[in-house]
Design a protein around this ligand. Sequence first.
Ligand code: RBF
Length: 345
Amino acid sequence: MLAKKRIFALVCAVLFLFVSCTKNGKKTDSLSIAIFVPGVVAGNAVYEMFVSGSEKAIESYKTKESAKSLKYQVIEAGTNQSEWPAKLTALCASEQWDLIFSSNPALPDILEPILKDFPNQKCIILDSYKTGIAGMQTVLYNQRQQAYLAGYAAAMVTTAKDLPYANSAKKIALIAAQEYPAMNDIMYPGFIEGARAYDPEIEVLFRIVGNWFDASKGYEIASSLYDLGVDVILPIAGGASQGVISCAKDKGFYISWFDNEGYEKAPGYVISSAMMMQEKMAEQVLGNYLDGRAEFGTANIYGMEDGFIDFVLHEPTSDNPERVQKIAEVYDAIKTKRLVLEPSL
Ligand code: RBF
């Protein structure tokens, strides 16, 4: 009887060991990562940087001696945002992925109710901010700094006397793909704030495309703004921004570029690039996860002082030493925290 009890206890112990070594039915000596793109990669700087940074982290992890076997998949959810919750639910329900890695300010709120049903699912979401979810880590960029610099540069250009496409009106514009909290509460106000810090008389117009892909709509809106006397436009519209660039080249106005380095898109027309260092962030954050150092449950903000927001002036804007000097002063003030610009959350 005693022997039977012992055997039973042993079987239980082995079973427990087996179960504790498996996760979602998989052995823990392998890793699986869903790189979830809420939209499409091509033509969208934030997602191009996100995917390339993720792949860099994965490549470098694979060279490590201690590396587990790793599978990953880039999953494009497409531009129909009403499909994203079902697609994320399916990913969680498949119990196939140790980590859902994504980038988008709307994702934490979409994931929150889903994670109640799948509490073991881990998620890391860049370009977003949400506290208090145990299995989720979010990372936000300081987009008030980013937009402030874009606005300051735009103001310098719209008031310039030495630039061929700058007219006498002090009018600039932001073309956004859609309205969302980070746009309405951080980027648009930051753009105005930066512009008016240079010249309080700057008028800032705001237009919405309605989606992140329609380049002809982007062109059309830019063209009507040009007709109103706008000579610098900041497009934050993903693929639709391409239409704004085409219009700038056709009509002759300037582009204040956002997210990545945009000089090559239209040399002579792109006045500056206000960048979020999303490739570096994706590589670093995913690298930490792969090394077992993820910080689930945290929400952090990174800005210029941390090296995750950057700014560069392009020619012909940079040909004028006074402009270079002025922007360098602002850049330095932000970086050294003499000018504190916190994003409102
Ligand atoms: N940015 C893009 O470049 N392409 C996109 O397809 C895209 N889709 C978005 C969808 C939603 C619902 C939200 C809230 C933002 C989206 N963004 C997109 C904006 C992106 O997260 C970021 O705010 C801007 O690129 C400015 O840095």
